[in-house]
Write a protein that binds this ligand. Structure first.
Ligand code: HEC
Ligand code: HEC
Ligand code: HEC
Ligand code: HEC
Ligand code: HEC
Ligand code: HEC
Ligand code: HEC
Length: 381
């Protein structure tokens, strides 16, 4: 219920800043008074229902499988030897001027590994064997590696698509004392698990060297739950899909926002006006669609019709042509619908003005702001 209260407050803020929209608000408030469906209780995640791997879904869901397996979700965690762009680009070099450290990624002389990251400062040098690349690479790839002494770390340099080269990993721009510190942000086991949590289908808690590539990346069963029971049911004579597999497409809007938001940012906690205004003013939240979308009047005043899948096919790669989103906006905003007036400014490319890109969360990257709203002419809030 805390969440409902929070939403009511967002509504209140909108009410304060707008007038004659109160009918929508009242309707929505009434709807929000219904308790939320249970977000966490998932009867499918019981012990008898096992993960089977997405290959088992191919036969019956061929089109979805073929699209999904090539998507950013599926490729968001790969063994470094399975990143062809990277293998083609080595040897890679980068010089961190601030710390006077030279970085190289090159073939590993150790037969058990494929690539090494080497940091050199003056005459001292240190190396880490690279195991995994996090990120499908639309923006960038950060590595997790292992030293001969058995320490795991997140590489202090990442590969960025925009520059086709290495640069310091976002968040690790700092002074480093020596080449060991220059190599990576060294991780304890809980930190490893946290790092892999949103980039895997299961078993994020295993030591990175033991993780099965099959579980790396966000595959079918991460979103639909284990598939064993469903397949058994589908193969049996009396097949019934009800309660054999989860379909997040059937969730209510707020449930889906929390579901996708487990990885893409859940609406920030706090139920008082001050906390919410603070979050609205905090640009950093623009990296997290789940946190921003709920501020939009499109969300608060559409009676639960605006979900993540209104605009995204969760099995596909991100569509990056603004024109493709126009039809989604216009399903609600059209001249025929007097309460949802058509835009007085333009009939196309809606997202360019109402969901502009924001910078400053990740090096060489920008993110579409999911707080859909009217911005001033120079696109600042
Ligand atoms: C033996 C065939 C078969 C296999 C294998 C299979 N499915 Fe299905 N699945 C079906 C059928 C049939 C339906 C019902 C289709 C329909 O209603 O259009 C279905 C429906 C679904 C739905 C929709 C459920 C709903 O409530 O709307 C999801 C999600 C799904 N399958 C996921 C999976 C996943 C994930 C796998 C792999 C772990 C998988 N399926 C493997 C046959 C199969
Ligand atoms: C288990 C965590 C997880 C869940 C759950 C999840 N995502 Fe993602 N999603 C990711 C990660 C990680 C990426 C980054 C992929 C990459 O490396 O490019 C991503 C990327 C995306 C992208 C951009 C894809 C691209 O081509 O770059 C979209 C759109 C997206 N997710 C939408 C959704 C929606 C909608 C849902 C809910 C139905 C959802 N996600 C649920 C982890 C998740
Ligand atoms: C709470 C979930 C979560 C955790 C934990 C997480 N990520 Fe991500 N990561 C995402 C999502 C969602 C995306 C896609 C959207 C975005 O970039 O914000 C992403 C994107 C990325 C990208 C950019 C991929 C691209 O090209 O778009 C990199 C690199 C990355 N993560 C590395 C890491 C590393 C390294 C760690 C561990 C230190 C980590 N992530 C932990 C959810 C997570
Ligand atoms: C990021 C989360 C996510 C992943 C990963 C994912 N799905 Fe889905 N899937 C969804 C959502 C959300 C819907 C509801 C889509 C809708 O209603 O438009 C859905 C719907 C479906 C459906 C039923 C509707 C339809 O379009 O026929 C099937 C079947 C399905 N998924 C199978 C799969 C299979 C097979 C895989 C792996 C190859 C997979 N999904 C991976 C989130 C996911
Ligand atoms: C599910 C329906 C729905 C969809 C889809 C939708 N909106 Fe809205 N939108 C609304 C409602 C409801 C309102 C508030 C009522 C009003 O404008 O009179 C609103 C308000 C707005 C506003 C005014 C915001 C403000 O702060 O005053 C803008 C701008 C807007 N929408 C743009 C868009 C754009 C751009 C898209 C597509 C990316 C979109 N909407 C998609 C329902 C929707
Ligand atoms: C009204 C339409 C709309 C809705 C609803 C929507 N998105 Fe998006 N999303 C977009 C647009 C537009 C982009 C930017 C596309 C581009 O890069 O050209 C985007 C981009 C993204 C990206 C990539 C981030 C980036 O900019 O690189 C992710 C991840 C994502 N959305 C996840 C989600 C999730 C999760 C939800 C639900 C909480 C959601 N979206 C709801 C329209 C929408
Ligand atoms: C060139 C930038 C731009 C584009 C492109 C654009 N808009 Fe707008 N839109 C604006 C501005 C600026 C306003 C505020 C106008 C005003 O208050 O006079 C606005 C107002 C709105 C409103 C509020 C209308 C009202 O009377 O309350 C909605 C809804 C809206 N736009 C939706 C859309 C949709 C849907 C599209 C795509 C079909 C779109 N916009 C394309 C800049 C744009």
């Amino acid at each position: 219920m805390a969440n409902c209260k929070r939403l009511q407050l967002i509504q209140l803020i909108h009410l304060i800043f707008s007038n004659n929209r109160s009918i929508f608000c009242v309707l929505l408030l009434l709807e929000l008074l219904n308790p939320l469906h249970s977000l966490l209780g998932n009867p499918l995640l019981s012990e008898e229902n096992n993960f089977v791997g997405s290959n088992q879904c191919t036969n019956c869901h061929k089109n979805i499988f073929t699209t999904q397996i090539n998507s950013g979700h599926a490729r968001t965690l790969r063994k470094v030897e399975s990143i062809p762009e990277l293998l083609k680009a080595i040897p890679l070099q980068f010089f961190d001027k601030q710390n006077n450290v030279k970085y190289q990624i090159e073939k590993s002389p150790n037969k058990n590994f494929v690539l090494d990251l080497i940091a050199t400062k003056e005459n001292e040098s240190n190396r880490m064997h690279l195991l995994w690349g996090l990120g499908a690479g639309r923006k960038g790839v950060t590595f997790v590696g292992l030293t001969d002494k058995g320490n795991y770390g997140q590489s202090r340099v990442s590969w960025y698509q925009k520059t086709s080269g290495l640069d310091v990993t976002t968040g690790l721009e700092k002074q480093v004392e020596d080449t060991y510190e220059a190599l990576a942000d060294w991780m304890s086991p809980p930190q490893q698990e946290n790092c892999f949590a949103c980039h895997t289908t299961q078993e994020a808690d295993l030591p990175p060297i033991e993780m099965n590539p099959k579980n790396a990346g966000v595959h079918c069963e991460r979103c639909h739950g284990p598939g064993e029971k469903h397949i058994q049911a589908m193969m049996s004579d009396n097949h019934q899909i009800v309660n054999t597999i989860k379909n997040p497409g059937k969730m209510k809007a707020i449930e889906q926002i929390y579901f996708c938001g487990a990885c893409h940012g859940v609406p920030a906690g706090g139920t008082d006006l001050q906390t919410i205004s603070k979050h609205m003013g905090d640009k950093q939240t623009a990296r997290f669609p789940g946190q921003r979308l709920v501020f939009s009047r499109c969300y608060t005043e559409s009676k639960g019709k605006l979900q993540c899948i209104t605009c995204h096919d969760p099995h596909e790669d991100l569509v990056q042509q603004p024109r493709a989103y126009d039809t989604k906006c216009l399903t609600c905003h059209q001249a025929k619908n007097p309460l949802l007036q058509a835009c007085p400014i333009s009939k196309k490319d809606c997202t360019t003005c109402h969901m502009p890109y924001e910078k400053g969360f990740m090096t060489h990257s920008e993110f579409a702001d999911h707080w859909i709203r009217i911005l001033s002419e120079n696109n600042s809030p």
